[in-house]
Design a protein around this ligand. Structure first.
Ligand code: CS2
Ligand code: MG
Length: 402
C-alpha cells in the first residue's frame, strides 16, 4: 500500500481544529489531529510546507520508520509545533493500519486491558455553591470523577470558569484577553472549596483540581498539604514543569497525588519527573506528544516507575485525539484516567465517531481503525478564525502563567 495524498482540513465548528487526511492507493484513508490551541496555523504550515511532500509514496504501515524520519530527519527536534505535526501523521497512519487489517487500533496496541476507560469531566462555578451544583450535575450524568474549578473571591476571573454562562472554551477569538491573578487569595480559598465539595458529594467520588501552572513549588506544597483531608484524585499542573526537580520539593511535603504534562511534547519533558516518581500521572497526550507511537513509548516508560497515564482531553483536542486516546487507554496496563471535556454538538457533527460514554467510562468502539471521521462538506461551512488563549497578570501587573 502507498500513500498517494495528504492534505489538511482546517475548520472552526465552535472552535478551531486542524485535521490531517492521508489517502492511499487502496482507497483507505486515515485521520490525524494537528490542533495546537492558539497556534493552529503554525502546525498547518509546518505540515504543508515541510512534512506532507515527504510522505507521498511511503508505505502507511511503516509507522515506526515514518516517525523516526520525521523526528530525526528534521534535525531540529521536539517542541509543540513539530511534535503535533508528527502526531497528526502518526495517528493517521495507525488509523489506516487498523482499517487495512479490519480491526480497531486498540487491538494493535495490546488489545483490551479493561472493559472501559474511566473518564473525568469539568465542573465549575463562579462561587462554591455553583461549583457544587456543577459537580453534582455531572455525577448525576454518571461520571465517577469530576474536576472542580471555582471563581476565587477578590480575583476578577479564574482559570476554568466560563464567562457569561457559556460552556468553558479557553481560546477566545480576537487578540489575547488579559486576566488578573492572586496566588494569595487562591491559596487561602481552595481548601474551603474542596472541604465543601467533599462534604456535599461524599468520599467515593474522585475529585480533581487543575492549578494550571500557577504556583511555585513551595506554594504547591502548601496547597497539596491543605487538600490532603479531601483526598483528591490529583492536583494538576501545580507549577510550571520546566524545572522538573521543583516537583521533588512538592513531593517532600504532601501526599496529594500530582499530575502534569499536558504542555509536554516528548518523554524528555518528563524523564526526571517519571523516573524520580515526582508525579503520579503523566498528562502528555497523543496530539501534542508525537502521536500514538510516542505516547505508548512514554506510557511504557512511566509504567516502570508506577506512574499512570492521565491524558489531556480538553475541547481543543479534536474527536480524532479523543478516539486515539481511548484506543491507547483501553490497551495499556498503567492507564490512570482520561480527561473528557465534551465537545459541542456541532463539533460532534463535523467529526462523527464510534466512541461512547456509559456510566463513567468511555469505549472507543470496535470499528476498524480509530472509528472517527470528518464531514468535510460541513467542516467547510466553518472556516478558521484566529483565536488565542488568554494571558494572566498578577495584581501588580507582573505577567504570570495563565
Ligand atoms: C486544561 C485545558 O483541560 C485542562 O486540563 O489545562 O483546558 C487547557 O487550559 C487547554 O487545553 C489549553 O488549550
Ligand atoms: Mg490542565
Amino acid at each position: 500500500m502507498k500513500i498517494t495524498a495528504a492534505r489538511l482540513i482546517v475548520c472552526s465548528p465552535d472552535r478551531n481544529f486542524v485535521t490531517l487526511k492521508i489517502e492511499t492507493d487502496s482507497g483507505l484513508y486515515g485521520l490525524g489531529d494537528a490542533t495546537l490551541n492558539g497556534r493552529e496555523l503554525a502546525v498547518a504550515s509546518y505540515l504543508t510546507e515541510h512534512v506532507l511532500p515527504c510522505l507521498i509514496g511511503r508505505d502507511p504501515f511503516d509507522t515506526e520508520d515514518v516517525w523516526q524520519y520525521l523526528y530525526r530527519g528534521a534535525y531540529w527536534r521536539r517542541g509543540p509545533v513539530t511534535m503535533t505535526a508528527i502526531a497528526a501523521v502518526d495517528v493517521a497512519l495507525w488509523d489506516i493500519k487498523g482499517k487495512a487489517l479490519n480491526t480497531p487500533v486498540y487491538n494493535l496496541l495490546g488489545g483490551k486491558s479493561r472493559g472501559g476507560v474511566m473518564v473525568y469531566t469539568h465542573a465549575n462555578g463562579r462561587d462554591i455553591a455553583e461549583a457544587i451544583d456543577s459537580v453534582q450535575q455531572h455525577i448525576s450524568e454518571g461520571y465517577l470523577a469530576v474536576r472542580a474549578q471555582c471563581g476565587v473571591p477578590g480575583v476578577e476571573s479564574s482559570y476554568g470558569v466560563p464567562k457569561g454562562g457559556k460552556p468553558y472554551e479557553p481560546a477566545e477569538r480576537g487578540l489575547p484577553s488579559e486576566s488578573l491573578w492572586s496566588t494569595e487569595k487562591y491559596l487561602n480559598f481552595v481548601p474551603s472549596l474542596f472541604e465543601q465539595v467533599r462534604m456535599a458529594v461524599g468520599k467515593d467520588v474522585h475529585l480533581l483540581h487543575d492549578v494550571h501552572h500557577r504556583l511555585t513549588p513551595i506554594e504547591a506544597a502548601r496547597l497539596g498539604k491543605s487538600l490532603e483531608p479531601y483526598h483528591l484524585f490529583w492536583m494538576e499542573d501545580p507549577c510550571p514543569a520546566e524545572l522538573q526537580e521543583g516537583f521533588e520539593l512538592i513531593r517532600r511535603h504532601t501526599t496529594t497525588p500530582i499530575a502534569t504534562g499536558e504542555v509536554f511534547n516528548s518523554v524528555w519533558d518528563a524523564h526526571d519527573l517519571i523516573r524520580r516518581q515526582w508525579i503520579d500521572y503523566i498528562r502528555m497526550t497523543i496530539v501534542h506528544g508525537g502521536g500514538i507511537t510516542h505516547a505508548k513509548k512514554t506510557a511504557d516508560f512511566a509504567a516502570l516507575y508506577q506512574v499512570k497515564t492521565g491524558f489531556h482531553g480538553a475541547t481543543d483536542l479534536s474527536p480524532v485525539t479523543m478516539a486515539a486516546a481511548l484506543h491507547l487507554g483501553i490497551a495499556i496496563h498503567n492507564f490512570g484516567i482520561q480527561e473528557h471535556m465534551a465537545h459541542s454538538a456541532l463539533t460532534d457533527e463535523v467529526f462523527p465517531h464510534q466512541y461512547r460514554f456509559d456510566g463513567g467510562y468511555m469505549h472507543p468502539g470496535d470499528a476498524p481503525g480509530l472509528g472517527v471521521d470528518i464531514d468535510e462538506a460541513l467542516a467547510a461551512k466553518f472556516p478558521y478564525q484566529r483565536a488565542y488563549l488568554p494571558i494572566a497578570r498578577k495584581l501588580d501587573g507582573t505577567l504570570t502563567d495563565w
